[in-house]
Design a protein around this ligand. Structure first.
Ligand SMILES: Cc1ncc(COP(=O)(O)O)c(C=O)c1O
Length: 414
């Protein structure tokens, strides 16, 4: 299509066009995707979410006074999450996604730092934290100090300690990090933050809605949440392992008062007093209602059962990988997110393995050192086929076609 459409197009034609356009989109429904969508394998939940989205499709959460229903649901979601993550009721807000939650937490840290007289703030992270921290620092004009890992691919408390100074407003750890699925040593990092008099954020965008159930399943989970003294904020995405649709995350704090730093209030405008608690002005209502409905629908029992599926599928994939001499899982992941890499010294070209998997319809994101896997409940249905294809791919692959290690919007450029 070029230029602005002069004539209207009937709805049915547009729906046909959309069907055609989306033919090339990733097919996550068959369990062949390992990123972007967390497939809960739950038709009743999907039906509920479609209905909720329809009810709230046009509503706007910008003005809470006009929407008591949304205020109630957002408050409920925050309070339910506070219970799950072991902080206080009302100690947080919803946001549109992990990146916005991270922005808000970094902004809050900068604002608290300002109150303490810090004018040139920095934050200290391991190099495995999500790029959203670098992005937040870029936008908010904060120095990002990125530190190397220990050999087990976790944040190195010594390297972090060496980078903290009087202008550090935040130390960050991941529970777990995206590239390798390992949980950083949160108690050590939090103790450092306390000792140095700064704040500590746990990025649990991935783990926030899965680790509580992982723990209840009896899996070994190192301390990672607000039960660790010194953890002052957390990001936790409901649109990942919380299984609602996109646009729902949480930024949570140790104290309800810390949320006040998110408020932006402006009273010098002919339009009247403006107030907003997140970076967006107009806020879609459907993700708030969708998150509320999902959490209430699944409850602890539902989440536990989905966590069991994820755990069993993870074990299935990992034992398939262990059976292939030339492949390994990188490091020792703590959850259901991991990297598949070539055993050092083997002549396997892991990119070439990824190409064969692509040809067989699987979608594995390329990282710098291997192929990335994030496991969803639905994957339990496809573990066996995946393992057969992976084994064939190792046996038959050619040299990598050179698909770049990438994440997000760069993947198909250049
Ligand atoms: C650990 C971690 N933090 C933050 C994010 C950013 O979340 P979003 O893409 O919802 O902005 C992600 C996304 O995968 C992540 O894995």
């Amino acid at each position: 299509m070029s230029g602005f459409p002069e004539q209207p197009t009937p709805a049915n034609e547009l729906l046909d066009q959309i069907e055609n356009l989306s033919e090339g989109d990733i097919n996550w429904r068959g369990g062949r995707a390992f990123s972007l969508v967390y497939h809960p394998d739950d038709q009743e939940l999907e039906g509920l979410l479609h209905e909720v989205a329809t009810i709230y499709i046009h509503e706007n959460a910008l003005n809470p006074f006009k929407y008591p229903s949304l205020v109630q649901m957002e408050t409920d979601v925050v309070d339910m999450a506070a219970d799950l993550l072991h902080t206080q009721p009302r100690a947080g807000s919803m946001s549109s996604g992990g990146t916005e939650s991270i922005f808000l937490a970094v902004h809050t840290a900068r604002s608290i730092g300002e109150q303490r007289g810090i004018t040139v703030p920095n934050i200290v992270t391991a190099e495995t934290v999500h790029p959203a921290f670098a992005k937040a620092c870029h936008y908010l004009k904060i120095e990002h100090r990125s530190t190397p890992l220990t050999p087990d691919l976790r944040a190195d408390p010594d390297a972090i300690a060496a980078s903290i100074d009087a202008d550090t407003v935040l130390v960050v750890g991941s529970s777990p990090c995206y590239p390798f699925g390992v949980i950083d040593p949160i108690p050590e990092l939090a103790a450092l933050a306390v000792e140095k008099g700064t704040l500590m954020h746990v990025d649990a965008c991935l783990g926030g809605w899965l680790l509580p159930w992982w723990e209840r399943l009896g899996e070994p989970v190192p301390p990672w949440d607000f039960r660790v003294e010194g953890v002052t904020s957390m990001s936790a995405d409901i649109h990942k392992y919380g299984y609602t649709f996109k646009g729902a995350s949480l930024v949570m704090y140790r104290e309800p008062e810390m949320v006040q730093h998110q408020w932006f209030v402006y009273d010098n405008w002919p339009g009247g007093l403006y107030g907003s608690i997140t970076t967006a002005g107009t806020r879609p209502a459907a993700p708030i209602a969708g998150a509320w409905a999902t959490i209430c629908h699944l409850g602890a029992e539902g989440y536990l059962s989905k966590a069991r599926q994820v755990r069993d599928a993870t074990r299935g994939f990992q034992s398939g990988i262990a059976a292939i001499e030339e492949l390994q899982v990188t490091g020792d992941p703590d959850m259901s997110v991991f990297e598949i890499s070539a055993v050092p010294g083997s002549d396997v070209d892991i990119g070439g393995v990824g190409d064969v998997m692509d040809d067989r319809g699987w979608n594995l994101d390329r990282q710098q050192g291997g192929l990335h896997v994030m496991v969803s409940p639905y994957h339990l249905r496809v573990v066996d086929q995946f393992n057969v294809d992976l084994s064939d791919a190792v046996a038959s692959h050619a040299r990598s076609r050179g698909k770049a290690a990438s994440y997000g919007g760069i993947s198909e450029l250049g």
